[in-house]
Design a binder for this molecule. Structure first.
Ligand code: NAG
Ligand code: NAG
Ligand code: CA
Ligand code: CA
Length: 207
């Protein structure tokens, strides 16, 4: 009995020592001039190609699919997969990166569409443009339409709608609802249904 308990404890201790899965980042191309680097909360316009690591088959390409249009993505709010949030920080416009993302930071046990469960993924990412996301201070004032120093879901949604429209992206209401919910889940710490200026400005270090 004691031996089994010891074995379990050892297994737990060992588990804690196994390092967290990490994203491997390879910079393929870097522009000569870099005025701004991506940070959490920024909105990134990217082209990407995604491949399964095990056999190299491509499961998505914005060059071919999506009418050849790049896509907007907000960094640091788990909008797509954790691996993108970890792998696309400090990136310059015009930079190209190759990301090797373990399944745990991608679609994990479930997989998704053409991606089987437990798939490690490779992405080729090309950063086209960076815009202030909902996190920046200027954005807060722009978003707070009634100047009460807190943001309602309607205000955040309206902001996203205008932001996407400005960039000529198709506005998809249900996608925006999902995005707003994920923003509030992270930012509305006291769950009162509003993001206060303090909640908004506070930068979460953890992801
Ligand atoms: C690679 O694996 C995926 C998923 O198992 C499969 O659908 C696809 O046909 C494979 N591609 C090649 C080139 O083997
Ligand atoms: C909007 O996005 C949702 C979820 O991604 C999708 O199911 C739906 O088909 C999209 N609608 C349009 C009009 O593109
Ligand atoms: Ca407000
Ligand atoms: Ca709140």
């Amino acid at each position: 009995m004691k031996l089994i308990l010891l074995a379990v404890l050892l297994a737990l201790a060992w588990g804690a020592l196994i390092p967290e899965p990490e994203v491997q980042i390879e910079v393929m191309e870097k522009p000569f001039i870099c005025k701004r680097r991506t940070k959490y909360g920024d909105m990134l316009l990217i082209h990407f190609e995604g491949f399964l690591e095990k056999n190299g088959s491509q499961f998505h390409s914005t060059y071919k699919d999506n009418n050849g249009q790049p896509v907007w993505f907000t960094l640091g709010i788990k909008e797509v997969i954790k691996g993108w949030d970890k792998g696309l920080k400090d990136m310059c416009v015009g930079e190209k990166r190759k990301l090797a993302i373990p399944a745990a930071l991608a679609y994990g046990k479930e997989g998704k569409g053409k991606i089987p469960p437990e798939s490690n993924l490779i992405f080729h990412i090309d950063l086209i443009e960076i815009r202030n996301g909902p996190r920046s201070h200027e954005s807060f004032q722009e978003m707070d339409l009634n100047d009460d120093w807190k943001l309602s879901k309607e205000e955040v949604k309206e902001y996203l709608r205008l932001e996407f429209q400005k960039h000529g992206n198709q506005v998809n209401d249900s996608q925006h609802d999902i995005l707003v919910e994920s923003i509030f889940e992270k930012e509305d710490e006291d769950s009162d249904g509003y993001i206060s200026a303090r909640e908004f400005t506070y930068i979460h270090d953890e992801l």
